[in-house]
Design a protein around this ligand. Structure first.
Ligand SMILES: Cc1ncc(COP(=O)(O)O)c(C=O)c1O
Length: 400
């Protein structure tokens, strides 16, 4: 007898969460591991956000809210899209869920029929393909290598579209590569989509505020108003406001889709935590100046990280435009032998070697759909980061 359904054969645990679990277990054993595997800012949630949550509790905002989120928060989200992205929505076009993750899951569950295709540019965030599979869709992975800046180009999009294509999924700045689209690049993709009116666009903008070198942010519904009626714009407070544990993400898009997503949410989890919603309201309506200050701090770490990795024999690292990850190639270390006598054959071998011999935790590129690469998050304190980079360089230097 087995307890698990056949659908469990389709999916696997998140590789990033698995590595984070290994880091915690090693630390419990007293091992001094430097974790570069988790995707969360090391900064604290701003004090005014925590204060708003405490006030919400004291004022009795401890009951069920509207399934799609409080009216006040949805209005603040409408205002955010208008103010920051120049895109107009109504509160009825907005849903708030337990993280961007639940938003995306709800969207696929609400929209995919068996066999519907979702175009996912690779490297991709670990959860996209598994969510599509859970919703009985078919992930169509389009490799977008370093030679094209880890970005989907219009010709690759054109080749991937079939009569079964339901969604194109975009994520920029990207997890894991940090690559971001320019306005012109988004327009070129939109021109292809204009010719395929049955294809919808889901854009995961969760790293919107973490971008570098003074680059502006563009989202496709703004750049291509012709796509507004078939675009779902996903965002959240986890990364920008250092609120990963609060679990608040949101999306805006066509009302029938939002309504269907709300029905799924109403029959599964109901509203996201009322106190977290009050906190997210404070985040979106309060002071925003610290966002650029924090992005600037991440930029300093990005530069340090890229420099150090390019200095390590066998590694090469492109400079990302945003998010707090780098996705270096480890092609140059494959085929080499470790001091323990093991030949490194894959990116998975390389990250295992880093963890076992240098106690540095990264995630192998295959988990994001592209090898031989690995992902490293530099959202940790500068001292730990410098220590980790030093250890990685040492690990590469002793390979033969
Ligand atoms: C690309 C991307 N999208 C969505 C999420 C989900 O974030 P959350 O559920 O915390 O809002 C993450 C988190 O790692 C992410 O990297």
């Amino acid at each position: 007898m087995t307890f698990t359904a056949q659908r469990m054969n389709l999916i696997k645990p998140s590789a990033t969460m698995a590595m984070t679990g290994r880091v915690l277990a090693l630390r419990e054993q007293g091992v001094n591991v430097i974790g570069l595997s988790a995707g969360e800012p090391d900064f604290p949630t701003p004090a005014h956000v925590c204060d708003a949550a405490a006030r919400a509790m004291q004022e009795g905002q401890t009951r069920y809210t509207d399934v799609a989120g409080t009216r006040a928060l949805r209005e603040a989200i409408v205002d955010k899209f208008r103010r920051e992205n120049g895109v107009a929505y109504t509160p009825e076009q907005v849903i708030v869920s337990a993280g961007g993750k639940q938003v995306i899951y709800n969207a696929f569950m609400a929209s995919l029929d068996p066999g519907d295709e979702v175009i996912i540019p690779a490297p991709y965030w670990v959860s996209y393909a598994d969510m599509v599979l859970l919703a009985e869709g078919r992930p169509v992975v389009v490799p977008c290598g370093e030679e094209v800046g880890f970005k989907l180009h219009s010709s690759a999009l054109m080749n991937a579209i079939t009569p079964r294509t339901k969604w194109l999924l975009l994520n920029a700045p990207s997890n894991p590569t940090g690559a971001a689209y320019t306005e012109g690049e988004l327009r070129a993709l939109a021109e292809v989509l204009d010719r395929h009116p049955n294809v919808h666009v889901m854009t995961d903008d969760i790293y919107e505020h973490i971008r570098y070198d003074g680059r502006p942010f563009h989202t496709i519904a703004q750049v291509a108003p012709s796509l507004y009626d078939r675009t779902l714009t996903v965002n959240g407070v986890s990364k920008a406001y250092a609120m990963t544990g609060w679990r608040i993400g949101y999306a805006a898009g066509p009302q029938p889709l939002i309504k269907a997503m709300t029905t799924i949410q109403g029959q599964s989890t109901s509203n996201p935590c009322s106190i977290s919603q009050a906190a997210a309201l404070a985040a979106l309506t309060g002071d925003q100046t610290f966002l650029t200050q924090r992005a600037r701090m991440f930029e300093v770490r990005r530069d340090l990280t890229v420099r150090a990795l390019n200095d390590a024999p066998g590694l090469s690292c492109r400079t990302p435009e945003g998010a707090f990850y780098v996705f270096p190639s480890c092609k140059g270390v494959l085929g080499k032998t470790t001091p323990q006598g093991k030949v490194l054959e894959s990116d998975e071998d390389f990250v295992a070697y880093l963890l076992e011999t240098k106690q540095v935790a990264c995630v192998h590129g295959a988990a994001f759909g592209m090898s031989p690469y690995f992902r490293l998050s530099y959202a940790i304190g500068p001292d730990a980061l410098e220590g980790a980079l030093e250890r990685i360089k040492e690990a590469c230097t002793v390979l033969r």
